[in-house]
Design a protein around this ligand. Sequence first.
Ligand code: NAP
Length: 267
Amino acid sequence: MEDRRKLYFFYDEKDETVFSKMQPIYTMLEEKGFTIMSQPNEANAIISVGEDGTFLQALRKTGFRNDCLYAGVSVTDETSFYCDFHIDHADKALAEITHTEIEVRKYPTIHVTIDDETSFYCLNEFSLRSSIIKTFAVDVFIDDLYFETFRGDGLVVSTPTGSTAYNKSLRGAVVDPMLPCYQVSELASLNNNSYRTLGSPFILSGNRTLTLRIAPGDSSYPVMGMDNEALSIQHVERVQIQLSDKPIKTVKLKNNSFWEKVQRTFL
Ligand code: NAP
């Protein structure tokens, strides 16, 4: 019977230099009995070759599978949040990540539904931003509670691992990925006698649903982003966000915990 644990799919940005560096790794894996798949659907491990942006794309293009392992191979000297391996010494490590004794860590993702019609997952964040030089208004509901009306540039809803990305630039808190939750942060809210928002980022339990209702008749057509990709939908009335029941699985390595990465990157 075929060993189902040895099917690998590689996602990269089709860069010639990267390809030539990866070629010996593909050869080594094949010599060890691994199969390099041309499609991700059947793979047991999906390996992104590039930086965090490539890792986010690898997930999106392969459907945020939670029945396989994801791993990131960095190609630059910069540290990366989703890349646990470096291209110069990824060979042996990649051959080992599907061993049964390897420790797996799970990263929460959020599930976003637009007007009850379109839905998708995000690993970093969902963002909703004005597309014109005018503010737009959003009613914010937490479960059934009307919470506030936001007026400003937009809102960003981040996962724990996304808390070190866009959210951090908005002075949101850095959140431990072991906490099943998501965070809402504001982009330049108006706060005056007519409009009032909480004014600080807030963190919701994974059991809650966040609903954003864009004011009817508002013609500002906000831009929506799912991680590093813009949504092509222009007209939106209601966005629902929940913590998804599909965390993604990655490999847990020694000396590379989330907090070690935070320390290395920011301190
Ligand atoms: P990019 O604009 O080329 O790069 C954004 C930077 O964010 C890169 O340095 C990237 O790291 C880093 N990054 C991505 N995910 C991260 C994470 N979870 N923790 C810490 N840093 C992270 O776009 P990109 O590389 O495709 O990344 C997309 C992300 O950019 C979005 O999901 C959003 O979070 C972030 N973003 C931030 C701002 C802001 O801070 N003002 C505005 C828009 C978007 P690598 O160099 O390893 O790729």
